[in-house]
Design a protein around this ligand. Structure first.
Ligand SMILES: Cc1cc2nc3c(=O)[nH]c(=O)nc-3n(C[C@H](O)[C@H](O)[C@H](O)COP(=O)(O)O)c2cc1C
Length: 179
C-alpha cells in the first residue's frame, strides 16, 4: 500500500515534469462560446500542419469543439499568468459586446470562436481528427490561420531570440495539471 503511494507520487512528479506552455483555447457553437486554460498542447505533424489539444471529456469546451469542429489556440506573454486563473471554469460570454469574462475578443474565421485581443499570438484550427479517452478528448486540428501581435522592442531591435516567441509556461506559475 505504502509502496503504491510512493510509486503514484513518483509517477505524478515525472509526468508533471513534461515541459508545457500555458495556453487559452477558444470555442464557439451557435450562441454559446467559451475560453479555457489548456496545457496539453503540441504540434503533431508538419504536413498537413496539425496541432493537438487534450480537453476534458466533460468540459463545456469539448462539447463546443465537438459540435463546431473548430477551436482557437491563444499564446500568452510570460507576464500574463493572471489570465490563466480566469478561465478554469465555463466563461461568461457576451456576444453582443464581444467580451468573454470581461476580456474583449475578436471572432476567428473558424466557427467565430473567440480570440482575446490582448494575446501574444493565436492559431485557428479546424478539427481533423479526434481521439477519445476516458478523461480527455485529444482534438487534432489543422492550422487554417495564424496571427501574431508580437512587437519589436521600443528601440526597434528585434526580440532577444527572434526565432521563437516568449510564451507563458507552466513553470512561470505554481500550478500543475495532469500527472
Ligand atoms: C494550469 C492549468 C492547466 C490546465 N490544462 C488543461 C488541459 O490541458 N486540458 C483541459 O481540459 N483542462 C485543463 N485545465 C482545466 C481547465 O482549464 C478547466 O477545467 C476548464 O476551464 C473547464 O473546462 P470548461 O470551461 O470547458 O468546462 C487546466 C487548468 C489549469 C489551472
Amino acid at each position: 500500500m505504502e509502496d503504491e503511494q510512493v510509486y503514484d507520487r513518483m509517477r505524478r512528479k515525472v509526468l508533471w515534469s513534461i515541459v508545457n506552455g500555458l495556453y487559452l483555447v477558444g470555442s464557439r457553437y451557435e450562441d454559446d462560446c467559451n475560453v479555457m486554460t489548456c496545457s496539453f498542447v503540441t504540434q503533431v505533424a508538419t504536413s498537413p500542419k496539425l496541432v493537438g489539444i487534450g480537453v476534458e471529456t466533460e468540459s463545456k469546451s469539448a462539447e463546443l469543439i465537438e459540435k463546431s469542429k473548430a477551436y482557437t489556440l491563444m499564446f500568452l506573454r510570460r507576464d500574463q499568468r493572471e489570465i490563466v486563473r480566469k478561465f478554469v471554469k465555463p466563461a461568461l460570454c457576451d456576444l453582443g459586446k464581444h467580451e468573454i469574462n470581461g476580456y474583449p475578443y475578436e471572432e476567428a474565421s473558424v466557427a467565430k470562436a473567440p480570440i482575446l485581443k490582448d494575446v501574444l499570438a493565436y492559431v485557428e484550427c479546424s478539427v481533423y481528427k479526434e481521439l477519445r479517452f476516458d478523461s480527455h478528448i485529444f482534438f487534432i486540428g489543422e492550422v487554417v490561420n495564424v496571427g501574431s501581435n508580437a512587437t519589436p522592442a521600443p528601440d526597434g531591435t528585434p526580440a532577444a531570440d527572434s526565432r521563437v516567441l516568449e510564451v507563458l509556461r507552466m513553470e512561470d506559475t505554481n500550478m500543475h495539471y495532469g500527472g
